[in-house]
Design a protein around this ligand. Structure first.
Ligand code: FAD
Length: 387
């Protein structure tokens, strides 16, 4: 294989695979490198499903990005013939003034997103799968649904290769040395050079770029699946009326979940995980973790379930939980992407396009200044935002 390229993408998870696909359409010599064989179970992009939604309670600034992300997901479905996105509708649940409910409403109203406000009685009537308490209300948006992360990554990589991109799997990048006009990448298997590099190594961003002292922390997150054992008719009724949901059940504490799409009801807490080093992630899930989640299921879902299985994944958090998408502070031919903090998958279709535009001086028409590294120089207090 040639060792010299126009652009190299390091890390081929959600964002890197998408960037590689967009670059591959431009007639450039592009290479993607990953330390494993994506999609895989060791980073942040596995576990069968990810929520996609538009009424973005975190901040209305994300809505223009998500609208364009939907377009790219549809484009990928058209090109590949694969089903990547399943619309189920999405319910944001909490008390009237909770962060999730008020934030979703603000984004919907700011950007003209169609939504319904449901009070407690409406929730009970329309969504028998849930057991809200009397002060719970909901914002229902119809465009929300499920992305299939492994299939999305596979599709980006397959289409990129079809367009001529090279991919090297199972080769860990050990070092990257920068100069203004050339980047040299040393892996366990060789040395590659390129004019530009996109670094999208997820939980391993800081490991690969220790000198930048990026303000990132890695958090262990556990996903759980439960089998619904309610009677057959009851299961059918519940399945028909079961959107994806995010529930602020206590101030600042969230869990979220998915309907049964064939492998059980998936549910997880957002944050509240242990801070870890990515290479020390253990896949073991304790009895206590399962017990705590079963308690949440029994309290908030109106169904009988038995525990089935769990998976372990990682969030890479910034202090304000907004993304990092920026050039290296010294080298403009180096582009950094850390769009996680637990909510980056849905955007990855458009994030890859942005990264490609940044690497090729393309016009991207979206304001990425909220994701710049500069904001951390004067960071005085970390704000808390959610899923
Ligand atoms: C449990 C969980 C639930 C989530 N739920 C949602 C959700 O519902 N909706 C949503 O929008 N987002 C969600 N997210 C967030 C979303 O999944 C992440 O933002 C996204 O997957 C991050 O993608 P990434 O490309 O940054 O990282 P990854 O997909 O992890 O990719 C990083 C890649 O870099 C590679 N790599 C690392 N170091 C090296 C190296 N030295 N050399 C070569 N390769 C390297 C890794 O092998 C990996 O393939 C969730 C995340 C988790 C963990």
């Amino acid at each position: 294989m040639k060792k010299s390229f126009d652009i190299i993408v390091v890390g081929l998870g959600a964002n890197g695979s998408s960037a590689l696909y967009h670059l591959s359409k431009l007639n450039k010599r592009v290479l993607g490198i990953d330390r494993f064989t994506p999609p895989h179970e060791f980073g942040s992009s596995h576990g069968e499903s990810r929520i996609i939604r538009q009424a973005y309670h975190e901040n209305p600034i994300y809505v223009p990005f998500i609208k364009q992300a939907y377009d790219v997901w549809y484009e990928m479905e058209r090109i590949s013939g694969e089903k990547l996105l399943l619309k189920t509708g999405g319910l944001m649940l909490g008390e009237e003034n909770s962060y999730v409910v008020s934030g979703a409403r603000l984004s919907a109203e700011t950007h003209g997103i169609d939504y319904e406000y449901l009070d407690y009685n409406e929730l009970l009537k329309r969504f028998p799968a849930f057991k809200p308490h009397k002060k719970t209300v909901g914002i229902l948006e119809h465009e929300a649904g499920i992305l299939f992360p492994e299939k999305c990554i596979k599709t980006f990589l397959y289409q990129a290769q079809k367009n001529g991109a090279c991919i090297v799997n199972n080769e860990m990048v050990l070092a990257i040395s920068f100069a203004d006009d050339r980047v040299t990448i040393t892996t366990a298997g060789g040395v590659y050079t390129a004019e530009k590099v996109i670094i999208s190594t997820g939980a391993w961003m800081s490991t690969l770029l220790p000198d930048l002292k990026l303000p990132l922390t890695v958090e262990r997150q556990v996903l759980h699946w439960f089998k619904n054992t309610s009677g057959h008719l009851q299961q059918k009724i519940l399945a028909k009326k079961f959107p994806v949901y995010i529930w602020e059940y206590l101030p600042g504490q969230l869990f979220y979940g998915f309907p049964d799409i064939g492998s059980g009801v998936k549910i997880a807490r957002h944050h509240q995980g242990e801070q870890i080093k990515p290479d020390e992630l253990t896949q073991q899930v304790s009895g206590d973790e399962i017990k705590q989640m079963k308690y949440i299921v029994d309290t908030y879902l109106n169904m009988e379930v038995v525990y089935d299985r769990s998976a372990v994944c990682m969030y890479t958090n910034t202090p304000d939980e907004d993304f990092i998408i920026d050039y290296h502070p010294e080298f403009k031919n180096v582009i950094l992407a850390s769009p996680c903090s637990g909510h980056g998958f849905k955007f990855s279709s458009i994030t890859g396009k942005l990264l490609c535009d940044m690497a090729t001086d393309g016009y991207f028409g979206l304001d990425i200044s909220p994701f710049s590294l500069k904001r951390f120089t004067n960071l005085s207090a970390a704000k808390t935002s959610f899923c």
